[in-house]
Design a protein around this ligand. Structure first.
Ligand code: 5AD
Ligand code: SF4
Length: 561
């Protein structure tokens, strides 16, 4: 009897993906596996569940901070209580800022289903781990954490059960093999399956292992207002698009995060207005895997002409129509002159001159641009499928500096990509020396299964050489950053006070427009969340130090300077 119920559940779950095939493109892996981890036999046909699907009843779920209702519940759940009943959830977050934002989306969804948040691991009923797959080292860290958490779960008394869920990129990359490897895992949900979490969690509570790693063509969580973990934060991340179509040959992101899709502009502006006007947020960072590739093509949006940066090409057909990132950021900048705007992570191909001009024209858009180069060698860039040469990248940097004279730059670089010779690597060092970055994110190459590099190339640079090259990149970057940062000494900078310094209670810190951390002595004349004009007195390659001149509005500061 129990087995036939499991079979039915399994197929009904799978039916959801097919019934919604206009919205989803990947195979849904929403499988019920019973506790001895055997997948039930298939004894129904596609026809069986399509007939069931035709009668899908509508059920309304209201998400935190929105008026919109979603009819996403399939019929078998009518009798399963998806209410959290006050169960306590502990969140563990790894990886990028998108993950930080995603966990706030998850929390919003669970909060509106009567879950509570806890910061005490021992009292948690559910532990959800937001994971990262970008490099092998990121996954190793998470496996180590899992060993600790599953050990804890095993020791739990029967009357205090614990469910462990894996969310995000690792869930998407490894799918059911995660449960095969670690049987204490109860739930696996990919980046586009978070609205399904109340259902998945209810099923886990009832003793099932649950998986939903369906990727979507249109899920942007536009209708979910993320709930901030830190109520006192003065800055916030706002996700504006998801996914990536670039398919750089080393990168797992297009496989774990799916196709590019952008949130409609209205929902973005509404969220930012609420953050600024009702929650006191003074700085927003617009987020996306390919943030400046943003394109709102929703109904009623006028077409803005496509403007390609010379020397850049894409592996996909150039996107046309809709509203681009340049127009979006202008709308966001117009919300309030007292709201500072940053964005990450962009691709160099999507920096047309019109966007650079908008950035230069608005005092509240920070003049700090992340322009990830990845390598300084054109032949490595070609193998990476980045769509540009060293020369095209340098040409873009020249334009950026011409249009935004005081711009601060940051970049990502990878050492030891497939086939990288010492000569290729020297070109990376020379690019770092030539461009001079204020901030850099430097990584040794980590081969990821499924990627083009995995299929076509050999991971032939030995690990010790990757690390030795990484070390040289760090040195080269630091020498240049030290010189650049010293140029700030004696200048006046505007910083937004973020928090008390971790080293001393007598100091606070914030970031200047160029996104460099600035430490100043604390004072009763200003507090966290204030803009303060600061004179810079010393500099290292990582931080600036200074003394406060006056508390000031962003508008007044830029009027004076
Ligand atoms: N190995 C090392 N670094 C990687 N990145 C992406 N994929 C890999 C990989 N397989 C780096 C790139 C990217 C940043 C987010 O992570 O530099 O810009
Ligand atoms: Fe990965 Fe390239 Fe997309 Fe960035 S642009 S997420 S590096 S595929």
């Amino acid at each position: 009897m129990r087995k036939s119920v499991l079979n039915k559940l399994n197929f009904l779950l799978n039916s959801r993906s097919l019934l919604c095939s206009n919205a989803f493109y990947s195979r849904q892996l929403s499988t019920k596996i019973n506790r001895d981890h055997k997948i039930p036999d298939d004894n129904l046909t596609l026809k069986d569940f399509l007939v069931v699907g035709k009668n899908l009843p509508k059920q309304n779920i209201k998400y935190e901070g929105t008026d919109e209702n979603e009819d996403i519940l399939p019929p078998y759940l009518q009798n399963i209580d998806i209410d959290g009943q006050g169960r306590k959830v502990y969140f563990d977050v790894y990886g990028c800022q998108m993950n930080v934002n995603d966990i706030e989306i998850v929390w919003s969804i669970l909060k509106s289903h009567n879950y509570k948040k806890t910061q005490e691991l021992m009292e948690a009923d559910v532990i959800l781990i937001m994971t990262c797959s970008i490099r092998d080292s990121a996954e190793t860290k998470i496996w180590n954490r899992l060993t600790h958490l599953t050990g804890m779960k095993r020791k739990r008394p029967k009357n205090q059960p614990l469910n462990i869920g894996i969310l995000g990129c690792m869930a998407e990359r490894l799918k059911e093999t995660l449960i095969e490897k670690e049987r204490q895992i109860d739930l696996i949900a990919g980046p586009d399956a978070y609205k399904d979490l109340p259902r998945l969690l209810s099923l886990s509570k009832n003793g099932y292992s649950t998986i939903n790693v369906l990727l979507s063509l249109d899920e942007t969580y536009a209708d979910v207002m993320p709930v901030k973990f830190d109520k006192n934060a003065v800055s916030a991340f706002v996700s504006i698009m998801r996914g990536c179509d670039n398919m750089c040959s080393y990168c797992i992101v297009p496989f774990t995060r799916g196709k590019e899709r952008s949130r409609p502009i209205d929902s973005i502006v509404k969220e930012i207005r609420t953050l600024h006007e009702e929650q006191g947020i003074k700085e927003v960072t617009l987020l996306g895997q390919n943030v400046n590739s943003y394109r709102d093509t929703s109904k009623g949006i006028k077409d803005c002409p496509t403007e390609l940066v010379t020397g850049f090409k894409t592996v996909y057909k150039t996107k046309v129509g809709g509203l681009r990132f340049g127009e979006l950021i202008e709308h966001v900048a117009n919300i309030s002159p007292e709201l500072r705007i940053r964005f990450t992570s962009p691709h160099p191909k999507d920096f047309p001159k019109s966007l650079l001009e908008v950035i230069n024209n608005y005092p509240n858009i920070c003049k700090s641009l992340h322009i990830p180069a990845q390598s300084g060698s054109s032949s490595v860039l070609e193998r990476m499928r980045r769509g540009y040469t060293r020369e095209a990248y340098l040409e873009l940097i020249r334009d950026v500096r011409k249009i935004i004279p005081n711009v601060s730059l940051s970049s990502d670089f990878i050492s030891g990509f497939c086939g990288e010779t010492e000569d290729d690597f020297q070109q990376t060092l020379s690019l770092i020396n030539q461009v001079k970055y204020n901030v850099a994110f430097l990584f040794p190459y980590s081969m990821r299964a499924k990627t083009t590099a995995y299929r076509k190339f050999t991971d032939d640079v030995p690990n010790d050489i990757k690390l030795e090259r990484l070390h040289r990149m760090v040195e080269t970057f630091r020498e240049n950053a030290q010189v650049l940062n010293e140029k700030f000494i004696g200048t006046k900078q505007l910083i937004l006070i973020e928090d008390t310094s971790k080293r001393s209670e007598k100091e606070v810190y914030g970031r200047c427009d160029g996104n460099i951390k600035v430490i100043i002595p604390s004072s009763d004349k200003f507090s966290i969340g204030d803009y303060v004009a600061v004179e810079i007195t010393s500099a290292s390659s990582q931080v600036l130090k200074g003394f406060p001149l006056e508390k000031i509005s962003l508008t007044d500061f830029y009027r004076q300077c």
